[in-house]
Design a protein. Sequence first.
Lengths: 299, 299
Amino acid sequence: MSQIERVAIVGGNHGNELTGVHLVKKFQQYPNLIHRASFETLALLGNLKAIEEGKRYIDKDLNRCFTNQGLQNPQLSSYEDTRAKAIQQILQPQNQPSVDVIVDLHSTTANMGLSLIFCDMHPFLLRLGAYLSSTNPMVKVFVNQQSREGGFLRSLCELGFVIEVGAVAQNILNAELFQQTEQLIYGILDYFEAYNQGNIPQKSSTLTFYQYIRTIDYPRSDAYGGLRQRGEIKAMIHPHLQFRDYEPLNPGDPMFITFEGKEIFYEGEFTVYPIFINEAAYYEKGIAMHLSQKQQKIV
Amino acid sequence: MSQIERVAIVGGNHGNELTGVHLVKKFQQYPNLIHRASFETLALLGNLKAIEEGKRYIDKDLNRCFTNQGLQNPQLSSYEDTRAKAIQQILQPQNQPSVDVIVDLHSTTANMGLSLIFCDMHPFLLRLGAYLSSTNPMVKVFVNQQSREGGFLRSLCELGFVIEVGAVAQNILNAELFQQTEQLIYGILDYFEAYNQGNIPQKSSTLTFYQYIRTIDYPRSDAYGGLRQRGEIKAMIHPHLQFRDYEPLNPGDPMFITFEGKEIFYEGEFTVYPIFINEAAYYEKGIAMHLSQKQQKIV
């Protein structure tokens, strides 16, 4: 792989995830913090209007608007479709080099610590993940292989990835997570700098990562007409599972508890590792959690 | 005081506070749970449209719309003004007796446990608070004396009060808090039943309560034009204070930390007890926390 020349750090892709919003504002105010000798770093706010209004999005999820089809369709004119095109112009300007890396900052109500989310097994990203998780036990690596047609901002470039921090409620700042995320970003930039200098901190090591298997929805009543596309939820995340992201869930362990107090158990055949447990924005997407497999790999 | 004849339990006065919403839906589905022999109990959803959309409110905060002036003004026609009038009609129907008690269910991102919020020192409520907090250490009593013209739902009747539970993010359910709130409601209804039977569990006891002193805002930059009415926040709740609601804050203790990492200390002259620390909905209201005094009273 050639040198890294341009890095973009994006906050507020979702407007109510304040950690990234205020980190990017800090980086815009103090550009020296993200300046490194061998590459250029750009700090960019994502969904400006949603940030102003304290919402995830205005008309539709910006982080599903970066499809080739959508970006090339002049008919699409919602705020987010328009903003996605503007962001693409900044990150991939015509007749100028595109960014090599996108670091997309998110936060979650799930207890994800400092999660790196990769959408493929790019060896450079895996080595970065191995290095960062070896220096900080809060760092976890989640690999969720996704088509570039999912419309995610990170899919605009080969080395695009998400930092997902939590647990933190929407529309609040948690100072500890803010500072930990900030340090993680500096660690990432330092790693890129070392790479460019031919001096990466660790040549080979074992990466523990969590690979996406499937999504579990809440138990729901049948859908009915009207505004709501899904049935009403009939159960909550079980107290034994709440905040236990990245911990093993064994066959027979409780997963949900109904409003009436009836427990619902995990009926799979092998141990899995749930993540994104009880993320607020995923109720509407029909996701109570993702299930993952814990894996190791020499990178 | 005469008998309690009608009790209203309201959930979803704020549409993104799901604990109350789903408790009320449960009570509507299983009315026996809130049925007691000596009085009638009504379970009512507050801001229907905001519940449907997963927002605190649509146009304005419903829980500021219950002023006499607003309720009597036919010109006011926002969704919340209209809904406030409809709720008043249900709770105070013409030519029929009004409800005697309103239990208004809220949740918060602050670590408030199970808080009872009273807007005056009504002896009946203080005795109720003393009883409930003596049987469950998670129950705290916060007295925030407020004019009936604040427009709060609870101010529609003498024995109106709020149950505020947390910490829980907006738009999610925490099963443990859901079940604890449910049990607290049954305890309250049982207390009313015992009162009506002349058989209240405890005749006299000492109540520990927290009395509102004042509000502290985040440190902010100067306000500027545009949509935003307040300046941008310059600091976050200090990690030592985060989730420490109802714990003592002494002169010289850290309160905030700026984005640059500078600590800001409490400069008051005596120990106070902060509550509503880092409530998401209060950023826009200019409230980082309330300060209270811890007091005891024989009731």
